[in-house]
Design a protein around this ligand. Structure first.
Ligand code: KG4
Ligand code: ZN
Length: 439
């Protein structure tokens, strides 16, 4: 009888309560608790939870699925930003052996793992598919073969369970992760640094983004990964399972960042575009020179490895800081952010780097910006950021697909610009900084 009287939300609240019990005491299955607690009255359960109204009782939940590159991720988050369950399968070690990501290999591994990862996330949340309010999935941009797996799986799941489907833009998800735990209101400036992208954008709203600068060639993570490969860092056991960027950060910590000179990319251009291939090629030349000098052969490592990593990391950081500083000048000229509340959010895998974070923090301290960066585990690819972006969309009622034919029509896109490109406007103003911020 009680079961019949309970609306969906109230039943979910009971399940949530059961999960709380399960998490704190680690006992019994949720179903068992559900049955036993269904015998209590709603008010009694509310009292136990210290809830005062039934709206506090009801929490919406979104399942997020991520397969845009080499991580199969899934997570369940609620509308307060609490992570109820998460699972992640990384293909990193396999791709490291191949010397880079081979898309068909990534696709097969996503296919092998996606079901287990999604079920794991649901199980950790103590929920089943019917408890979920919507399914959010990365459908753009990324590796086509990788995206195809998540897009197909997410759509099938939504259609079979009769749930709404929310297609997610991977870079938007990186940019909005911070809002799970911090009150970061639109509009704000975002610097997105990953293995495939380098973007300076203004997040105006969930659906309105303006590009101030982006890379014209490599992404910073790509340059770091290729640099680490050329430095043969994989041959050092300690770094054999790390990403290139992480290994370089680790070695750079005890090196001299001024030991080797790198050219300043894009110094002639009065805009906020990025370029990392010149830095990468300069690194390759330095390595070849040092290999010759120290007669290093085969898989051996050049002796001044720490100084080389520190200098390369410094050069990459300097470029990021300078272009961001110019973006801040442009924002002032065009009055794009509220004067009293200017915010810079940095996200994406490369934002795990503490040296880069500190440098950008220093830039913000000098320019009067608030600096925000998600914790490292939320900067690299994961299902949580996708679920959260889905939750934001569900709450704002934008980009949520309910109709079968609309869900069926969703296709993945390997390339997808995040918003309107303002680069020409930046260039037309001849943006430059009066004095570079030191870090
Ligand atoms: O966002 P992400 O997980 O995947 C993409 O969407 O590309 O970023 C992965 C990139 C890799 O290139 C990796 O080398 C880099 O993030 N990365 C780092 C660090 N940890 C991961 N780069 C610099 N320092 C780190 N600590
Ligand atoms: Zn990413």
């Amino acid at each position: 009888t009680i079961m019949a009287a309970f609306k969906h939300g109230q039943i979910y609240a009971l399940l949530r309560y059961c999960r709380l019990l399960k998490n704190t005491r680690g006992i019994l299955k949720p179903e068992f608790h559900c049955l036993s607690y269904l015998q209590r009255s709603l008010s009694e359960v509310m009292q136990i939870n210290h809830f005062h109204t039934s709206s506090e009782f009801y929490r919406q939940v979104v399942l997020g699925i991520e397969t845009s590159c080499d991580d199969t991720g899934a997570a369940v988050v609620d509308d307060t930003g609490a992570v109820l369950g998460e699972a992640l399968h990384s293909q990193h070690s396999v791709h490291l052996k191949h010397g880079g990501i081979i898309p068909p290999v990534a696709q097969v591994m996503h296919q092998q793992n996606i079901k287990g990862v999604v079920n794991d996330a649901l199980e950790k949340a103590g929920l089943v598919l019917t408890d979920i309010d919507a399914i959010a999935t990365t459908v753009k941009p990324g590796l086509a073969l990788s995206l195809s797996v998540g897009t197909h799986y997410g759509k099938i799941l939504a259609l079979s369970a009769g749930k709404p489907f929310i297609p997610i833009h991977h870079m938007e998800a990186h940019a909005l992760t911070i809002r799970m735990a911090h009150k970061v209101e639109f509009p704000f400036l975002v610097l997105l640094l990953s293995g495939g992208h380098c973007l300076l954008v203004i997040a105006n709203s969930l659906d309105h983004w303006s590009i101030i600068g982006q890379t014209i060639d490599d992404a910073p993570g790509e340059a770091l990964d290729k640099g680490a490969r050329r430095l043969k860092l994989r041959n050092i056991r300690e770094f054999s399972s790390m990403s290139g960027g992480q290994a370089i950060e680790y070695l750079a910590a005890t090196g001299n960042p001024r030991a080797y000179e790198f050219p300043t990319p894009m110094w002639k251009y009065r805009d906020c575009s990025f370029s990392f291939s010149g830095l990468k090629n300069s690194l390759f030349k330095i390595i070849s020179r040092l290999e010759e000098k120290y007669e290093v052969e085969g898989g051996n490592i050049i002796p001044p490895i720490n100084d080389v990593c520190a200098s390369f990391q410094y050069a990459v950081t300097k470029h990021l800081v300078r272009q961001t500083q110019k973006a801040m000048v442009y924002i002032d000229v065009r009055d794009l952010l509220p004067k009293t509340n200017k915010i810079l959010v940095v996200s994406g895998g490369v934002a795990c780097n503490h040296y880069i974070r500190r440098a950008l923090q220093k830039l913000c301290d000098t320019t009067g910006y608030q600096f925000h960066c998600p914790p490292p585990n939320l900067c690299t690819d994961n299902g949580i950021m996708i679920a959260w972006n889905g939750m934001e969309r569900l709450k704002a009622k934008t980009g949520v697909l309910y109709k079968k034919e609309d869900i069926e029509a969703v296709v993945y896109q390997s390339k997808c610009q995040i918003g309107t490109d303002l680069t020409d406007d930046v260039r037309s103003l001849g943006i430059h900084a009066q004095k570079w911020v030191k870090f």
